[in-house]
Design a protein around this ligand. Structure first.
Ligand code: FAD
Ligand code: N01
Length: 526
């Protein structure tokens, strides 16, 4: 059986950078990727309108100053084709593909304690071993495909935003339904509304959305000369990118001043909108003021007051679900060819050969687009059979994920997760969090090698404390109040638990650096 020092699973931004670092450090490394090219998220999610919601000067690698200088981002928020081009450019530039095996999905990982190695088996039946396995499998890489009765009877075309076809899809003039109004749904709806014949949107829960004010990337010229300092500052930010977060409390600020400052944030656009005041995520009344500001903006934009009300989120605090960054989403509902079905009033009963039955109405369509999200954070890890003797990761995590720092889980030695549950991951600029984890893991492996150690495992007490801390921090905020994918609430039967670490990227970095300096405190090195 072929043996490697390290097997990395996944060739998105995490796996690509991990390969580069390990190769440079002299580890014999192979990457296994289910898709047929690099890019991960940006390889799979090719739906119309897909783009990032963190500015491209932040949502890009920082590891190579030359790469930063040579790559041009055309827009403030780059679209999916450009981000995928970037991923491919990185693969070419560092000759990554020669160590990536595409079109292979890892099915199982089996730990052999005597040999101190993992056996990694792929869906083609091939097995190989590695001393270390790094799961760079993504937080949003396993689509959630809810069962809709009768879907198999539908005579038209069906698409899922999370696995959009690679060949062009022609929606021009067609009658299209979109199910789901999270970020993917909003972007798709906005992009296709002008070209389709008719569009009917099936909304279960409305989203808070702030304008992107997308356009040419004017900031790139400002940032390029100071990239090193700029990136260093981002690494210490709570969310891994710069928001100039306010320290004032909304609850203690004059209402006119609140209005003025929210207006300024709105005009700048983007996810920093909720960062103006420090109490928005912890004080329900402050949160409601910001939420109502967004609802008022919706009412100002959408001409039909009934539709505006249906589009206004009221059942969860703003920012307790991932906010959307939109480019003319609410304006779409002023078009004659667009209609909205509120599933709260008219639930989807079934799908027929002709379309979707919601309430008592059959909506006849040619195409159904599902934008129903992902089995987030634990989905890709639990999709594999990860086993150490009688213990499987899936069973261990049946009541929610348990990790130390989102990097390792007790009982599964020598297995690291990049942006795993209980790390800042999806609450941050993922590029910042990915690079931090990859650098941390690489440094750990170098340390172990230099000290003749071949086994590393999280300690029980460290893991227990970390899980408690992660939950305690979340409980001091309004975040657990939403039925969000952060909570696992979008997947039937999934245990509800706030999965990401909310303590902040900068704080997490300080803890992680301290753990490493203290010779990997909380980990047992053998
Ligand atoms: P992924 O990109 O998900 O890559 C994981 C790879 O692992 C995939 O290619 C998958 O095929 C492979 N894989 C998984 N399991 C297996 C297996 N068993 N065997 C073999 N291969 C496997 N984050 C931001 O910070 N800013 C944004 O603007 C932003 N926009 C997003 C837009 C969309 C549409 C989505 C879905 C997510 C977005 N994210 C964003 C989050 C995004 O997932 C991360 O930013 C980042 O791309 C994750 O990179 P990754 O390499 O960790 O994971
Ligand atoms: O998924 P979602 P997404 N019947 O889970 C609805 C990142 N991202 O792919 O809210 C009817 O947010 C569901 O309704 P409800 C970003 O981190 C970023 O849009 O569960 N409806 C919801 O409306 C994001 O948060 C960008 O009640 C059903 C929608 O489907 C994450 O990926 C772009 C249903 C799913 O929304 C996930 O976003 C895209 C059912 N059975 C993604 N099941 C950027 O802009 C689910 N829904 C960068």
């Amino acid at each position: 059986m072929t043996h490697h020092d390290v097997i990395v699973i996944g060739a998105g931004f995490s796996g690509m950078y991990q390969l580069k670092r390990l190769r440079e450090a002299g580890f014999d490394t192979v990457v296994i990727e289910a898709g047929d090219d690099v890019g991960g998220t940006w390889f799979w999610n090719r739906y119309p309108g897909a783009r990032c919601d963190i500015e491209s000067v932040e949502y890009s690698y920082s590891f190579d100053p030359q790469l930063e200088q040579e790559w041009d981002w055309s827009e403030r928020y780059a679209a999916q084709p450009e981000i995928l081009d970037y991923a491919r450019h990185v693969a070419d530039r560092y000759d990554l593909r020669r160590d990536i095996e595409f079109n292979r999905r890892v099915r199982s990982l089996d730990w052999d304690e005597d040999a101190t190695r993992w056996t990694v088996t792929t869906d083609d039946g091939r097995s190989r071993t590695a001393t270390w396995v790094i799961a760079a499998t993504g937080c949003l890489s396993v689509p959630s495909r809810p069962r809709f009765e009768g879907l198999e009877d539908f005579a038209g075309e069906v698409y899922w935003t999370s696995s959009w076809p690679h060949e062009p899809v022609d929606l021009a003039g067609k009658r299209v339904a979109v199910v789901g109004t999270g970020s993917s749904g909003l972007q798709t709806i906005t992009a296709i509304a002008p070209e389709v014949g008719s569009l009917v949107v099936f909304q279960r829960t409305p989203s808070y959305a702030v304008p992107a004010h997308n356009g040419p990337n004017e900031r790139l010229a400002e940032v390029r000369p100071i990239y090193p300092e700029f990136r260093a500052a981002s690494r210490m930010e709570r969310i891994g990118f710069q928001c100039d977060a306010g320290t004032d409390l909304l609850g203690e600020t004059d209402p006119e001043e609140v209005e003025r400052r929210l207006g300024l944030r709105w005009d700048v656009g983007g996810l920093c909108f909720t960062s103006e005041f420090a109490d928005v995520l912890v004080d329900a009344e402050a949160n409601e003021v910001v939420a109502e500001y967004v609802r008022r903006r919706i009412r100002e934009t959408v001409k039909d007051p009934d539709v505006a009300e249906k589009l206004s989120p009221r059942t969860y605090p703003i920012a307790s679900k991932r906010m959307c960054v939109d480019t003319g989403y609410f304006e779409v509902y002023n078009r004659d060819n667009v209609s909205l079905v509120d599933l709260g009033e008219e639930p989807i009963r079934r799908i027929t050969a002709r379309g979707i039955v919601a309430g008592d109405t059959e909506h006849e369509v040619d195409v159904i687009v599902f934008a129903t999200g992902f089995d987030a954070m634990t989905g890709a890890l639990n999709a594999m059979e990860v086993r150490n003797g009688d213990l499987t990761l899936r069973e261990k995590w049946a009541d929610g994920p348990r990790t130390y720092m989102g990097l390792m889980s007790v009982g599964f030695p020598n297995l690291f997760t990049v942006t795993g549950p209980q790390s800042p991951s999806v609450l941050s600029n993922m590029m910042t969090s990915i690079e931090y984890h990859v650098d941390w893991i690489t440094a750990a492996l170098e340390y172990l090698r230099a000290n003749g150690r071949t086994r590393m495992e999280a300690e029980q007490e460290a893991e227990d404390n970390w899980v408690t801390a992660t939950n305690d921090i979340a409980d001091t905020t309004l975040m657990p109040q939403a039925a969000s994918w952060y909570m696992g609430a979008n997947i039937p039967g999934k245990r509800r638990m706030f999965m990401p670490f909310l303590g902040g990227v900068g704080t997490y970095k300080q803890i992680g650096d301290g753990v490493a300096v203290a010779r990997y405190h909380g980990f047992e090195l053998v």
